[in-house]
Design a protein around this ligand. Structure first.
Ligand code: NAD
Length: 473
């Protein structure tokens, strides 16, 4: 009964805010770059002046080290907002286009108008970054936003709510906290755009709900991102970067290497370099390291522990790590060798600090392994040989690829970020985020010409003229 009442209250709140935003959407659409930049600057200033509170919230949520919060949560937001502020004037300008021969006598341009009322649903793994970055892109494009952060990081979600209610009225930006029930009530509303970051399974639920209103979607999803280490790679450097990209945020990073495909001839060398790299970052007693955060909750701990146990039961070897402690949601950085496709760990996105290492003999075998799975969000290539790099890229598909490093492309403001099919639909970041939250409206003007010469009746001479156009225009 109480639950029902809460749901009814939330439904009422959602409807009220949705209508307020609907009434305000046109005002926002008419704002200029200076006004939008001032709002972005307020978010930037708030973020920088509340660095400690953001760090504390993330520490309470899953013991994230404040430096890791600075790298993974604040740096990305600050970089994105500065980039938006720098370029917004030029992005908002209508873009004139050349006139093709068959359109002679006309002119045209493309206007970027806001989509309108947007819904952003964000995940828990980088809860500040993955809420505020898309929000900034939506604001740059002139939209109103209802934001639902994740229920799994309640301290950060509450801080986001505090921040945005200090900076904005509800008719522009409003935060609604809650779980999937709240999400589903939100998804019933006829939003103009939904920006969802989360798992592919929930992405399908979001897209199904959006289809009912023909709402456009951006889906930033996940999956198994492979990391190739070929026989020509610099093994020490590759291992350093892979260990960092995998174990930062305890492996709970959408673009973390999910598993490694290593050339058979360098497998042993690679495993031993990985052990050194892990120890260099976290010491011999990883559990005591303040730099190694925890798995977000017990449900995810159990999910990961079950994957690990099943893999070992089916014959996988723990080459490093393997220690677990459910009372702390702790799993040590773990390297698994001898894995095969029958194990669940090679079927599901891992999203935790366990790294399966699969060896291959030929480039074709490595590519086949990747292509037998859904198209990944990221694919990494560690190699010193240009022809290998080209082969791996040209014979696969992925949302993004980094050569001789991993994860860092997320922070690049000049390249699109996003997946492909199962790992995502649409792109975000910089101009791509601005475009994603905009309707690209085509505006054409008839200046002095007319196309009357091809109107009916189709007399022989009109028909001849049309044939001429078909061939020569
Ligand atoms: P999730 O899909 O479980 O939850 C994401 C959001 O959806 C949360 O706000 C949650 O409340 C909501 N939600 C959950 N179930 C729902 C339902 N049935 N109906 C409607 N809404 C629902 O994802 P998560 O566990 O928070 O995050 C991990 C996943 O997100 C991983 O798959 C990871 O790869 C992916 N991810 C992707 C990116 C990216 O940028 N591509 C970034 C971070 C995480």
């Amino acid at each position: 009964m109480t639950q029902l009442l809460i749901e009814r209250d939330i439904e009422q709140e959602i409807l009220t805010v949705f209508n307020l935003q609907k009434a305000n959407a046109q005002n926002l659409a008419n704002t200029n770059a200076r006004e939008r930049k001032a709002k972005l600057k307020n978010i930037l200033d708030w973020t920088l002046s509340h660095e400690n509170e953001i760090g504390e919230a993330l520490y309470k949520d899953f013991k994230k080290n404040p430096s890791e919060t600075n790298i993974g949560e604040i740096l990305g937001v600050v970089g994105e907002i500065k980039h938006l502020i720098k370029h917004l004037n030029s992005w908002m300008k209508p873009q004139s286009v050349p006139t093709p021969l068959n359109m002679i006598g006309t002119s045209a341009h493309v206007r970027f108008e806001p989509k309108g009322i947007c819904l952003i649903i964000s995940p828990w793994n980088y809860p500040f970054n993955l809420s505020i970055k898309p929000l900034a892109q939506a604001i740059a494009a002139g939209n109103t936003v209802i934001l639902k952060p994740s229920e799994l990081t309640p301290n950060t979600s509450a801080l986001i709510k505090k921040m945005l209610s200090e900076l904005f009225n509800s008719n522009e930006i409003h935060v609604i906290e809650g779980d999937s029930t709240v999400s589903q009530i939100l998804l019933e509303q006829p939003f103009n755009h939904i920006f969802f970051t989360g798992s592919p399974n929930v992405g399908k639920i979001v897209m199904t709900a959006a289809a009912k209103n023909l709402t456009s979607v951006t889906l930033e999803l996940g999956g198994k991102s492979p990391c190739i280490v070929d026989e020509t790679a610099n093994i020490t450097k590759s291992a350093e970067k892979i260990a960092w990209g995998k174990f930062i945020n305890n492996g709970q990073t959408c673009v973390a290497p999910d598993y490694v495909l290593v050339h058979k001839s360098v497998e042993n060398e690679f495993v031993s370099a990985m052990k050194n790299s892990i120890e260099n970052m976290y010491g011999n007693e990883v559990k005591q390291s303040a730099d190694y955060c925890r798995i977000v909750n017990n449900r995810h701990f159990n999910r990961l522990n079950t994957l690990l146990i099943e893999a070992v039961e089916k014959g996988a070897n723990i080459s490093f790590g393997g220690q677990v402690d459910g009372s702390e949601n702790y799993i040590a950085p773990t390297l698994l060798t001898g894995v095969d496709n029958s194990m669940k760990i090679m079927q599901e996105e891992i999203f935790g600090p366990i790294l399966p290492i699969v060896s291959y003999s030929t480039n074709e075998e490595a590519v086949t392994h990747i292509k037998n799975r859904e198209k990944p969000l990221a694919m990494y290539i560690n190699s010193g040989k240009e022809s290998n790099i080209n082969y791996f890229i040209e014979n696969s598909s992925a949302g993004g690829t980094v050569i001789n490093d991993c994860v860092i492309h997320y922070g690049h403001t000049e390249i699109p970020f996003g997946g492909v099919n199962n790992s995502g639909i649409g792109k975000s970041g910089g101009i791509w985020g601005f475009t994603e939250f905009s309707n690209q409206r085509a505006v054409m003007r008839q200046k002095f010409g007319t196309f009357k010469m091809i109107y009916p009746p189709y007399t022989p001479s009109v028909a001849k003229l049309i044939r001429f156009f078909v061939r020569w225009m």
